[in-house]
Design a protein around this ligand. Structure first.
Ligand code: GLU
Length: 477
């Protein structure tokens, strides 16, 4: 069988990582089976359509490295791939389905429909138009009366299918309504469009969220009425925000592009979300797209919802940063360093070396290096360190030792400075640890810094190092 899967997002807002994960799994399954991955834009819900959302879908897939083989701009003969460009097709097939006995015209007015509610107060349909005579239908149509086309659900059947993840799913026809397939404005409902499109696009495996698990028997009845072969189905458990709530674009949850602008790497996000709902046989945690494709399998798909954990994603992102070459890291980090030093004349490459193993996401950078351009009065109690036996007097002496050691010293490298400080501390009868500790505080005015005294001195450069030592000595007085 040729595998053809599709990702069918609706342009109704940004893309949260749950939507993206559905697309990712459809992509992985297609690629794993040497199949074709298709992008289809499901934009028939004109009321919920959001300006710019279609472009966002393209951008997101491109950034994420999920490349579709067919889609709106890559027509392989199954197009158009945008539902609003397929309007004529739905009408044609809805009429065909009427002829085949799988659907019927319904001329009920809005007012009439509003009076129809079940015992729970939900709107329902009483099949009023299901058995209209040919003449009645013709009369309405000739009159130009507005109509919808409804599914004619066969009576007394059980519609079953075998979901590849969840096994058998069955629904009795008495529990399926004669729902609307084609609306009075000629637009199809999702219920109809998904069937027509998946069939005409030759989709072999429909991969989507579990919210469609129990309506799929209804869709299958449409396939049957057309005499079409049903696709295979794989329904995916949702990603939750917490134990109660699903991720939702309405609430601004977990937006892919927000993570990118926060300085997450696309490959780390993809890796992380791949594991939210699927687990490789060998339990590996760090997998590239190629490795994901290679190891993706249905057995690893989860039967329970997963909870999105940003702390875990941060950690994984940090692993990706650490694994980069210094040059690769520099290329990614440079704009964030630039932001952090705010135009000051520091060696950005040195700063990058300092940061590579000390951050999880790139947006940690500006705060981590804020001390570089923001050095002002600070709390001198930071110099007090009982275990190291450092007090104000010792600190002042240590600053003098460091200043004397460095003022005429020119080998401004980590090794050079370290040796020089050590030697000078020793000959002045002080422990080098005391000098280094004091120096780190004196150079930054911060309780925590991305690196020790020597690394700070290298990054600051000689002039700024000496200036800060002098400033701190004054401050202690
Ligand atoms: N447009 C639907 C959605 O965004 C797609 C469902 C499907 O994949 O069939 O939920």
């Amino acid at each position: 069988m040729t595998v053809r899967t599709r990702f069918a997002p609706s342009p109704t807002g940004f893309m949260h990582i749950g939507n993206l994960r559905t697309g990712l799994y459809a992509y992985l399954f297609a690629k794993k089976n040497n199949g074709t991955f298709i992008l289809r834009i499901e934009d028939t819900d004109q009321e919920r359509k959001v300006e710019g959302a279609v472009d966002m879908i393209y951008r997101t897939l491109e950034t994420a490295g999920i490349t579709y083989d067919e889609g709106p701009d890559k027509d392989a003969g199954y197009g158009p791939y945008v539902q609003t460009e397929r309007m004529g097709i739905y009408k044609e097939y809805a009429e065909k389905l009427v002829e085949l006995g799988g659907a019927y015209y319904c001329f009920c007015t809005k007012e009439r429909l509003e009076t129809l509610v079940d015992e729970n107060g939900n709107h329902t349909y009483d099949k009023h138009c299901r058995n209209l005579s040919e003449e009645e239908i013709k009369k309405h149509l000739d009159n130009g009366d507005p109509y919808v086309i409804r599914q004619k659900v066969p009576e007394n059947v059980v519609s079953s299918y075998e979901d590849m993840v969840f096994g058998e799913v069955s629904v009795e026809s008495k529990d399926i309504e004669d729902g609307v397939l084609l609306k009075s404005d000629g637009l199809p409902t999702y219920n109809f469009a998904n069937v027509v499109d998946d069939h005409l696009m030759g989709i072999s495996h429909v991969i989507r969220g579990t919210e469609y698990l129990s309506s799929t028997p209804k869709y299958n009845l449409i396939y049957d009425a057309f005499g079409w072969e049903r696709p295979n189905y794989m329904h995916l458990m949702p990603i939750m925000k917490d134990a109660q709530r699903k991720l939702s674009k309405r609430y601004g949850d977990a937006n892919f592009e927000d993570f990118i602008s926060k300085g997450y790497l696309p490959e780390a996000i993809i890796n992380y979300i791949a594991l939210l709902g699927w687990c490789p046989k060998d339990n590996r945690e760090k997998l590239s797209m190629e490795e994901l494709i290679e190891s993706f399998d249905i057995d690893g798909l989860s039967h329970s919802p997963s909870i999105f954990d940003e702390t875990k994603m941060r950690w994984l992102n940090g692993e990706y940063l650490k694994a980069m070459s210094p040059d690769e890291f520099y290329a990614k980090a440079e704009p964030w360093i630039e932001k952090g030093i705010d135009g000051k004349d520091y060696d950005k490459k040195e700063i990058a070396l300092l940061l590579q193993t000390r951050i999880d996401i790139l947006s940690d950078i500006p705060e981590k290096i804020a001390f570089l351009n923001n050095f002002k009065e600070y709390d001198t109690n930071m110099f007090i360190h009982q275990k190291m036996k450092v007090d104000f007097e010792v600190a002042k002496k240590a600053i003098d030792i460091a200043t004397d050691a460095l003022k005429d010293f020119d080998d401004w490298t980590e090794d050079g400075i370290k040796e020089q400080i050590k030697a000078c501390a020793e000959s002045a009868g002080m422990k080098s640890g005391q000098v280094m500790f004091t120096m780190r505080v004196a150079l930054t005015g911060e309780p925590v810094t991305p690196g020790g005294a020597i690394e700070m001195a290298v990054v600051l450069g000689k002039e700024e190092t000496l200036r800060r030592l002098a400033f701190s000595k004054e401050l202690i007085k």
